[in-house]
Design a protein around this ligand. Structure first.
Ligand SMILES: [Zn+2]
Length: 480
């Protein structure tokens, strides 16, 4: 995710209250802190917990099971409502009489677990499900949820308005760390990645774009169903769709489909030219990070002046037009594409480790900008380092606090930490560390200490002091 310069109300709210605006060098004000983190027992006496145990976001995700696949069949009506059937296959990690899914708003019509109807209730953003027959630990089970309603926007702790948005003829979904629960029942945490099949039924003539590969398209009775398939495990916040007045540009690259959708209200050729660099940028990163990890390439560009960020939605990042047409030599596009390796293929286990996404994507963005004739990586490092009073020195990137997961320290000092590592171990070992990390954790999750272990193994030296100085301390490290 990459924040941009905003206009309008959201911009005002963000700039004045929330944004770690890099342009002014201020960090977000500290919001009321989350409850003291106590990792919940994931299952107590057969009752799955309402959170997966993330200290920063205690109610995100759920305890007691692991989802393997989501099969979502969603009909989008003209008034912005959805009718959905979600079929989840999962494995119980404990004996379960009851378990939860995350779902915001949306009315549930019925739940089935296995062959039997299940009882259910709502508790805030939790859907509480009681199967007719209790699940045994280790058993595989299927849950079907029928639901309907209008997906909501989220007033995000960190990003302003996110979630479901309708603007300039396009409806789309984007948000981090949450958003998926606004449109389907989900174990909403990146530590439970799953494969997805998503079918969207829309009025004939409207375009649909989502993650992965288009696996079918059928029309009947004035409606068209678009089926999208995601073959690699995906974190829930990386799922997305956009529907409506979109023009789509298709091609292939390295034998994989490239699909770029741009809101029709965006005119001129600049935006299209910027996202058309997607394959070239991915090829550049392959030299340093290893093979592109997914089955497709693409982009979604929306005409939404109030969207204050771009997001690395898997295989198909979402950008507001203003962020790809801003003269930064493709920096934002490079940032979201680097996330396909760092964030999407290798995901965080806990949100506290978000620098593993954002610091890496920022560093990769600096690399691309240098390659494209912009400032050098070391120039970017030095200009940040020079600012002795920057707020990045007070916020540790690997323990920023829940309200600062998207603050400038996570991005800039996170990227600088990688540069300090590069200076310490040398180019050859540095890029070997990045490639090894991407390969060993591919389609999985990682933590900062696991990354440190990989870096120490490849470099053959202790990096404890460097990681402490750059990622955990609350002052400016010595110049490397
Ligand atoms: Zn990012």
């Amino acid at each position: 995710m990459r924040r941009g310069i905003l206009s309008g109300t959201v911009a005002f709210l963000l700039a004045s209250a929330l944004a770690g605006c890099q342009a002014t060098g201020t960090d977000p004000i500290t919001l009321p802190s989350m409850p003291t983190p106590v990792a919940p027992e994931s299952v107590t006496q057969g009752i799955g917990s309402a959170g997966i145990g993330d200290p920063y976001f205690p109610t995100y995700g759920n305890g007691g099971f692991d989802v393997q696949t989501y099969d979502l069949a969603i009909k989008l009506t003209a008034d912005g409502s959805i009718e959905g059937v979600a079929t989840l296959t999962a494995k119980a990690t404990a004996a379960l009489q009851q378990f939860n899914l995350d779902l915001r708003g949306l009315k549930v019509a019925g739940v089935q677990v296995g062959a039997d109807p299940a009882t259910f209730s709502r508790d805030g953003d939790e859907l509480v499900i009681r199967p007719k027959v209790a699940l045994t630990s280790g058993s595989a089970f299927t849950t079907i949820i029928r639901y309907a309603g209008k997906p909501s926007e989220i007033s995000s702790l960190t990003l302003g308005q996110t979630g479901f948005r309708r603007i300039n003829g396009v409806e789309y979904m984007a948000g981090e760390p949450e958003s998926a629960s606004t449109w389907f029942p989900v174990n909403d945490h990146p530590s439970d990645k799953a494969k997805y099949t998503m079918s969207f039924t829309v009025p004939e003539g409207e375009e649909v774009i989502s993650n992965g590969v288009l696996a079918g398209k059928q029309s009947a009775g004035g409606w068209t169903t678009w089926k999208w398939q995601v073959g690699s495990p995906m974190a829930s916040y990386l799922s997305t769709f956009a529907v409506g007045d979109l023009r789509t540009v298709e091609s292939t690259h390295n034998g994989k489909p490239v699909r770029i959708a741009i809101a029709k209200t965006i005119t001129g050729s600049q935006v299209e030219a910027a996202v058309a660099k997607t394959p070239e940028i991915c090829d550049y990163f392959e030299q340093y990070f290893g093979a592109y990890p997914f089955e497709a390439y693409g982009a979604i560009v929306v005409d939404d002046p109030e969207l204050g960020f771009s997001l690395e939605t898997q295989t198909r990042p979402i950008y507001p037009a203003s962020m790809v047409d801003n003269g930064d030599r493709g920096g934002v596009v490079a940032h979201e594409l680097a996330h396909q390796w760092f964030g999407d293929s290798v995901s965080v286990k806990q949100w506290a480790d978000i620098w593993l996404n954002e610091g890496f994507a920022t560093y990769a963005q600096w690399m691309w900008q240098e390659h494209a004739g912009g400032p050098t990586v070391s120039g970017q490092f030095e200009s940040q380092y020079r600012n002795e009073f920057s707020p990045i020195w007070r916020t540790p990137p690997a323990a920023p606090g829940a309200s600062k997961v998207f603050s400038s320290s996570v991005y800039q000092r996170g990227g600088m930490a990688l540069h300090a590592l590069r200076l310490k171990v040398g180019d050859e070992k540095f890029f070997s560390i990045l490639r090894t990390w991407a390969a060993e954790k591919r389609d999985g999750n990682g933590t900062t200490s696991e990354f440190q272990a990989v870096a120490e193994r490849i470099s053959g030296q202790s990096l404890q002091a460097l990681f402490q100085d750059w990622l955990y301390d609350t002052d400016r490290p010595a110049h490397p």
